[in-house]
Design a protein around this ligand. Structure first.
Ligand code: FES
Ligand code: FES
Length: 492
């Protein structure tokens, strides 16, 4: 066991954790330190104070911390934490907020050391230790400067569509008290670990999971054979095998062969490595230009290698070329763009009862993705019809760039239960005594219509948006604030 002082109290932690971050998050219940890239130490999300200095905890081994002193945001002076939350929220210094608690910890270390003398240039040099994929750094520097100068802008709460205000849940996100999916750990939570293929292109000839199943704490091992429904997902085309079965062929190193479920993350990961897989290895297909003309499918069981062909025409190119003094022919390639999100891909499924009375067993699913319709569709299509139906009855809380989109807000909740021609049930109730839509709501209506039509045209479900009504509540029932409501009418 390792012993150290955490937030002013002596604690002990198992020393089989790969690093301090794992001990903090998995054993000691500290979730303000986020895991964006452990153990590589590149993103800065896991920054804590060690002996008063800002350090990335995923690069701190358990033996190094033994006898040391660790302070996380949970252990800072609450009044100081509140000031920092206000400054970051008021300056708009966060979007998803995943990187922000780490930056806030570093800000404290910098201000503790330099006080009001902290310059913007100094701060920006130190912020090089933190990756932020959504906000950029200018507003973060504004917040750091405001804190150093003790000149924090007034925090303005949002007052409805069209008004300015701090970001929804901006304060909580800044200081890490707003959970991301990976921070949620309900009692009895089991953890899954994936066994990925060892070869980018190989036929799977056998999978033997007996050694993994024999590990104490392993609750189950699942392969493609255990997926009762459709075994492929994909946003535009269903071209992505969820798992590769025995007899299947891998297409890249991210293909999943086995999922191990165990009492802890560590046990699941260790057991996944024990699964014995036999392969017949082939040369990987790595050149997209050559693959276009190949008759062999690059992705297992796909019919052809061209995803789509796009043509863009403007004016009469032939006439323009014929009248040009010079022409140049070239093949142009654009760079690949990785979203580089910092939050790990995580999903939590909580067993629940749905329906009236004692109800039926179902699942309440938390996902870090943006597209609740896709999630619903994938879950329903990959499960048995019975399970899919029960799951569909639950509404989803989905995190979009760090914030929950409660699907009830604009009609998604109604996806669960509506039938053709029905209004979204929740919105209808809200709208019953609402005033008619004011004339200035046209822009809101257009935006909403556009958003939902986009969703409905992406093929994830067969509902179509027929009409949108927008209105506005004002007065006592909304606490003097103005709130828009919407009713979306859908048809199948
Ligand atoms: S999780 Fe530690 S630096 Fe990214
Ligand atoms: S706000 Fe920095 S990564 Fe999203």
């Amino acid at each position: 066991m390792s012993e150290f002082i955490l937030n002013g109290e002596q604690v002990t932690a198992r020393d089989d954790h790969p690093h301090l971050l794992a001990a903090l998050r998995d054993e000691l219940g500290i979730t303000s330190a986020k895991d964006g890239c452990s153990p590589t130490g590149q993103c800065g999300c896991c920054t804590v104070l060690i002996g008063g200095k800002a350090r990335v905890s995923c690069q701190t081994s358990m033996d190094k911390i033994d006898g040391g002193e660790v302070t996380t945001l949970e252990g800072f002076d609450p009044a100081e934490v509140q000031r920092m939350a206000d400054a970051f929220a008021a300056c708009g210094a966060l979007q998803c907020g995943f990187c922000t608690p780490g930056i806030v910890v570093r800000t404290k270390a910098l201000i503790d050391k330099n006080g009001a003398d902290l310059t913007r240039e100094q701060a920006s040099r130190h912020l090089g230790a933190h990756l932020c994929r959504c906000t950029g750094y200018i507003k973060v520097l504004d917040a750091v400067e405001a804190l150093a100068q003790d000149d924090i802008p007034v925090v303005v709460q949002p007052r409805g569509v069209g008004s300015r205000g701090i970001k929804y849940e901006g304060r909580e996100l800044s200081i890490g008290t707003r959970d991301f999916i990976d921070d949620m750990n309900p009692q009895g939570c089991l953890h899954g670990a994936l066994r990925l293929t060892d070869h980018a292109r190989a036929d799977i000839t056998s999978i033997d999971a007996s050694a993994a199943l024999a590990v104490d704490g392993v609750r189950g091992v699942f392969t493609a054979e255990d997926i009762p429904g459709v075994k492929r997902v994909g946003i535009i085309h269903k071209d992505w095998p969820i798992m590769i079965p025995v007899g299947g062929r891998t297409s890249y190193l991210g293909d999943v062969l086995v999922v191990v479920v165990a009492d802890t993350r560590q046990i699941a990961r260790a057991a996944a490595e024990l699964v014995a897989v036999k392969y017949e290895v082939h040369e990987p297909m790595v050149d997209p230009v050559r693959v276009i003309t190949s008759t062999e499918p690059a992705v297992w069981e796909l019919d052809g290698n061209i995803l789509s062909t796009s043509t863009y025409t403007r004016g009469d190119a032939d006439v323009a070329l014929a009248s040009s003094s010079f022409t140049v022919s070239e093949t142009f390639q654009t760079q690949r763009i990785e979203h580089a999100f910092l939050e790990p891909e995580s999903t939590l499924a909580v067993p629940t009862r749905v329906g009236s009375g004692a109800g039926e067993p179902g699942l309440y699913v938390y996902s870090g993705g943006q597209g609740i319709f896709f999630h619903k569709f994938f879950l329903n299509s990959t499960s048995t019809p019975a399970v899919g139906d029960r799951t569909r009855l639950q509404w989803w809380r989905v995190r979009w760039q760090g914030r929950h989109v409660e699907p009830g807000a604009h009609g998604a909740r109604g996806m669960a239960s509506r039938s053709a021609g029905q209004d979204h049930a929740v919105a209808r109730r809200v709208a019953a005594d609402a005033p008619e839509a004011p004339s200035d709501s046209d822009a809101v209506r257009r935006r909403l219509r556009c958003r939902w039509q986009t969703h409905s045209h992406q093929g994830s479900h067969d509902w179509r948006l027929r009409s949108v009504r927008i209105g506005r509540h004002e007065g006592a029932r909304t606490g003097g604030r103005s709130r828009h409501w919407s009713v979306c009418r859908w048809q199948r």
